[in-house]
Write a new protein. Structure first.
Length: 367
């Protein structure tokens, strides 16, 4: 019988947990033993009693490592290389080249082929981006000093906020939909022609900068040429000052996020405007000067919010979605109750992290 272990996340701001009591119970019905580190779900509002009632065993971190065949997490645990033992399988959003001890195998959901229809239930990047896009619109509305909707009162009429969402992937489309539900007038922008169609389908306006489409294989955007990127920045810098709120969501797997909002564009915005950068990172995000997990105000009175890990701020919903992604993956990997890593299966082959010496360049993006 396979034993699945759930580790508490060690990153300071992370509130999600890899497995919920609901999914632990569904694994137990499949005769899979489940070990959960004590307190692993506390910050996502899932207590130890809930796991125990679902049939899981709540133990120490050391016993999770010692007794599990499969270890579940979101991010690579800080003690993974030292504590995991040969023969164990680690599953999470691990990045391209997690540090592993010899004999430890890893599956990283970052590698999932997102356009493969039978893998959609396992797509953790999509489920977490959906949560992040929803929270981005709420956070922007909270930071904006006016109303999002049109309000007609005895004191007069207040115009709706003008919101621009840059990037129409999963997070961007969810941000557009949520901002529209809040009553804002929303415009979306994307370099991909197909994504522009997605924006229009939500009822939002589409920002047209008259540039060429940049669709690439697999639904991603191709890299812009230097001239195309400069033309895009000039067009955005001219358009952005018309908006009260700008939400940026453009990310490229394995690479630095593209710059979309320059310091010059920020200078053109009205005082009280809000710019929220979902792609904020230590090496730069979509917004010049944005800092992860930090809210700053420019000299011109524009709030710039670096919102790098918004899914973690909606921990119950995000954990529930992530746990169901893992259940779908485990069901695929364990057709008869035991884990089978079949390199001939296109899903397994895509998500399985090559062992050192297998010939793949560590950290190379091949999405």
């Amino acid at each position: 019988m396979t034993t699945v272990g759930v580790l508490a996340e060690t990153a300071g701001r992370e509130r999600r947990v890899a497995l919920t009591p609901e999914v632990a119970g569904r694994l137990r019905k499949r005769e899979v033993d489940v070990l959960v580190e004590a307190g692993a779900g506390r910050r996502a509002w899932f207590d130890d009693i809930g796991y125990a009632d679902a049939g899981a065993t709540v133990v120490t971190r050391e016993l999770v490592y010692a007794g599990s065949d499969v270890l579940l997490c979101l991010h690579p645990p800080e003690d993974l290389a030292a504590a995991a033992r040969p023969g164990q399988l680690v599953i999470g959003l691990l990045g391209r080249a997690p540090a592993l001890a010899p004999g430890v195998r890893a599956i990283s959901l970052d590698r999932l082929p997102r356009t493969l229809s039978r893998a959609q239930a396992m797509d953790a990047l999509t489920s977490q981006a959906n949560v992040a896009g929803y929270k981005a619109a709420l956070l922007a509305a909270e930071a904006y000093p006016g109303y999002f909707p049109l309000l007609m009162t005895a004191a007069g009429t207040t115009r709706p906020a003008q919101v621009l969402v840059l990037g129409a992937g999963v997070a961007g489309l969810q941000a557009i939909a949520t901002a529209r539900r809040l009553g804002a007038q929303v415009t979306g922008y994307d370099v991909r022609a197909a994504a522009r169609g997605d924006i229009a389908s939500t009822g939002a306006a589409v920002l047209d900068l008259s540039g060429p489409a940049a669709d690439a294989e697999g639904g991603y955007a191709r890299g812009l040429t230097e001239d195309e990127a400069e033309t895009q920045l000039r067009g955005l810098a001219a358009a952005i000052p018309r908006f009260d709120v700008v939400i940026t969501t453009a990310q490229v797997p394995g690479r630095r996020a593209p710059l979309l909002v320059t310091a010059e564009a920020l200078k053109g915005m009205r005082a009280g405007s809000v710019v929220l950068d979902l792609a904020a990172a230590d090496d730069g995000g979509n917004v010049e000067g944005s800092i992860p997990d930090t809210r700053t105000v420019t000299d011109g009175g524009v709030a710039v919010i670096g919102a790098a890990n918004l899914a973690s701020t909606v921990p119950a919903a995000a954990s529930t979605a992530y746990a169901r992604n893992l259940l779908a993956l485990l069901t695929h990997l364990m057709p008869r109750g035991e884990v089978v890593l079949d390199p001939g299966d296109e899903i397994t082959d895509a998500v399985l992290v090559p062992e050192r010496g297998d010939g793949e360049d560590d950290g190379e993006d091949h999405a």
